[in-house]
Design a protein around this ligand. Sequence first.
Ligand SMILES: [Zn+2]
Length: 440
Amino acid sequence: MSTLLSRIFAERKQTGDLDLEAVEMAFRAALHQAGATALSQLLRFPEPAADQRTIPCACGSQAHYRELRSRHILTALGEVELTRPWYLCPLCHRGQFPVDRQLDIENRDCSPGVRRLDAIVGQQGPFDRGREQMKVLAGLDVTAKSVERTAEAIGADIAAREQREIRKAVQLNLPIIVGEPIPILYVQMDGTGVPVVKKEIEGRKGKTDGQPAHTREVKLGCVFTQTGWDEEGYAIRDPDSTTYTGAIETAEEFGRRIYLEAWNRGWSRAQKKVVMGDGAEWIWNLADQHFPGSVQIVDLYHARQHLWELARRLYPNDPAGQNAWMKVHQKRLLDKGKIEKLVLALRSIESTNADVLEKIRTEADYFARNAERMRYPPFRKQHLFVGSGVIEAGCKTVIGSRLKQSGMFWTVRGANSIIALRCCHLNGRFEDYWEGRRAA
Ligand SMILES: [Zn+2]
């Protein structure tokens, strides 16, 4: 440190210049090194006193102190050496390092400080970018693999805790969350495909639900609140009120997950409850099962998309014809919530093309099935959202931007770990999790 200082002063005297960046980085490196040396001294644990050389073993017997053992761990200050007592059980031959447990580094190469950084960069972008951020921002040399391992291990722990909470929620009556009444609470759900490694699709029937090959569907849900609307009456989402939860899992499993999230967000004290999604059947099954009595709304833009597809089939290569048809069917019927009339109009379309007839029938059924969820004018009169843009944006920002970059192929376990970690972080719960992680 002092040689570094005298070198910097000498250089400055000689040239009159100070390369601030070079100096600050050199100081950071030197301070890290000094810190690592000091930390290594702190981490040199003595032999236990004579009366503390026996500790309980998990097998029920006693482990005895054998010797001091050393290893390296990576800390926020760089690599340090740890020396601590090792105990061995003569009965089951299990060795243990009580100090490692106490320091939260049992079976880990990295300190908690480094693991927290790994988790934050690992949930945010590709693991190799995380490695780069660790180098540039924290001055730490880690491998992409270690960022991946750590981020996935922490995500898996978060996911496991969620599952414990979900199991508890199923078995017990959930405690009422006290607080102010919430004027309007929304639950939105959607699905989005994530590319997976081959073994995750083997034995599954091919393309289902329009999912492209080699992907598995992540079910994502969000919960947010609304207290007001703008001068024109359009709904305004409460800032920072959105939380996300999701996983690659069955609709049944996802239902319990989104139910718990909504509950924790104050479902029981919401004065108006709204569930929104596209037309996917699983969404409405879950809405009926877990959120009875809520207002159900099909995303208006999805509904319009259904009409557009039909318009293109009815008037191929005829934009004017398509527009004219949409003017009637979208503007005068769908947007006005006159779904029964729309269904009648669709069913009365004649065509000699069997494919087109089949498409018309499918779409008419879709509108008939969702008619009550498409009463857009009364929804608007209540200043409710009519589009599920929040969850669609969530599919892109929460899932797509992290898990769908080119060349990425996930295991279900890996993807679910990163999704859990990412949602936890985006929901502003990571710090609480990290502080509380050793309590459970
Ligand atoms: Zn033992």
